[in-house]
Design a protein around this ligand. Structure first.
Ligand SMILES: [Zn+2]
Length: 133
């Protein structure tokens, strides 16, 4: 279940859609870096580099096979959610200790503007220890 009309600022209503057995059959060579957090990572947020577009093949709940292109923020979400199906959480995709952060709920409003120089880093070693405890 993915919100395919998501607004990163959460100012517009989204559109929940269900994709069964999703498979990414194409990903753009071009990548960009964006902010991610997750219900499964608590206060850990970070900057993740991912392809900016992809093509998904999946089944609808009505049993129809579809192929769809996703771009921008919805491509990022789709990759994040498909990763979950493989047991991968976004911090596992981060290669630099400077890009994984501790962010308290009351700081989420200022986080986007300060993400590049966020003072409280979560080292990948710490993440690894947390995620295997
Ligand atoms: Zn997640």
């Amino acid at each position: 279940m993915v919100d395919t009309a998501i607004d990163p600022e959460r100012k517009k209503p989204g559109k929940l859609e269900c994709f069964i057995n999703p498979e990414m059959i194409w990903r753009s060579r071009e990548t960009d870096q964006g902010r991610e957090g997750c219900f499964s990572t608590g206060l850990v947020y970070g900057l993740v580099r991912r392809p900016i577009a992809l093509k998904l093949r999946a089944w609808t709940p009505e049993g129809k096979q579809i192929e769809r292109i996703f771009e921008g923020f919805s491509a990022r979400i789709m990759q994040h959610e498909c990763d979950h199906l493989e047991g991968i959480r976004f911090p596992d995709r981060i290669k630099s200790d400077r890009k994984l952060h501790w962010v308290h709920t009351e700081e989420l409003g200022i986080y986007p503007d300060h993400i590049k120089h966020w003072p409280r880093l979560c080292s990948r070693q710490r993440w690894h220890a947390l995620s295997h405890s």
